[in-house]
Ligand binder design. Sequence first.
Ligand code: ADP
Ligand code: MG
Length: 246
Amino acid sequence: MIKIHQLRKTFGEIEVLKGVDIAVDEGQVAVLIGPSGCGKSTLLRCLNLLEQPTSGDIEVAGKRLSFTPSSRVPERHQAAFRARTGMVFQSFNLFPHMTVIENVASGPYLNGLKNKAESRELAARLLARVGLAEKADLYPAQISGGQGQRVAIARALALDPKVMLFDEPTSALDPELVGEVLEVMQSLANDGTTMIVVTHEMGFARNVASKVIFMEGGHVIETGAPGEVLRQPKSDRLRSFLSRVE
Ligand code: ADP
Ligand code: MG
C-alpha cells in the first residue's frame, strides 16, 4: 500500500532523510520510532507532500511519484496524490469558529466531493465512529483535548484517504486523555486501515503495530515485528533508545 524507495530530503546543506526505504502492506500498522530530530516528521510530511522530497520514489495505493532535485512534480499531480493520505498532527488545529460537525463536514464539501447534506451525513457517521456523536454541535473550545484529537481523526477520515498518517497524535495531551485517542486508533487498525504512526507510546507499538520501524539520523536502522524489534533489538542504538523511552 505504501512504498518508499531511497527517499532523500535536504534542507539547504543539511540532509535530513538519507535514503529511506519503507514498505507497508494493506491493512498494516507501521509504528515509526526514533530520537527527536531523526526525521520522522519530515518523512510523514514528504509522504503527504507537505514537503517536496529531494529525490527518491513514493508510492501510495498504486500511484507512484518520482522526485529528482532538478524537476518539480506538477501541482495537479501533487494534489491528487496528497488526497490519498490523511494526516493527524500533534496540534490538531480545528477551526475554532465551526462546530465539531462542521469541522468534519467542511473537507468533503469544500473539495466538491459531496453536497452539503451528504457531507453532514458522513460527518455524523464519522463522529459516531470516534465516539463523539453527542458533541456534534459544540465548538472546539467546549471539548477536551482528547475529544479534539478524535474530531481531527474524523476530519481526516472524511476525505476518504487510502492511508492514515499520525505524527505524535497524543504527545500534546494530558496523560488521562491519551487512552481515548489510542483506542480510536486501535479501532481503525482493527477495521483494516493502513497507517503509519509516529509515537512514543510503546504499549501501542507492542499491541497494535504490525511492524516497528526504528530510525536514527535520517536512516532506517531496524525494522520488523514488534516482538523482535522491541524485545530483541539488534543494534546498540535501538537498545539505548528503548531504555530511554520505556
Ligand atoms: P523528528 O520528527 O524525528 O523529531 P524532524 O523530521 O522534525 O524530526 O526533523 C529532522 C531534522 O530536520 C531536524 O534537525 C530539523 O531541525 C530539520 N528540519 C525539519 N524541518 C525543517 C525545515 N523546514 N527547514 C530546515 N530544517 C528542518
Ligand atoms: Mg516530529
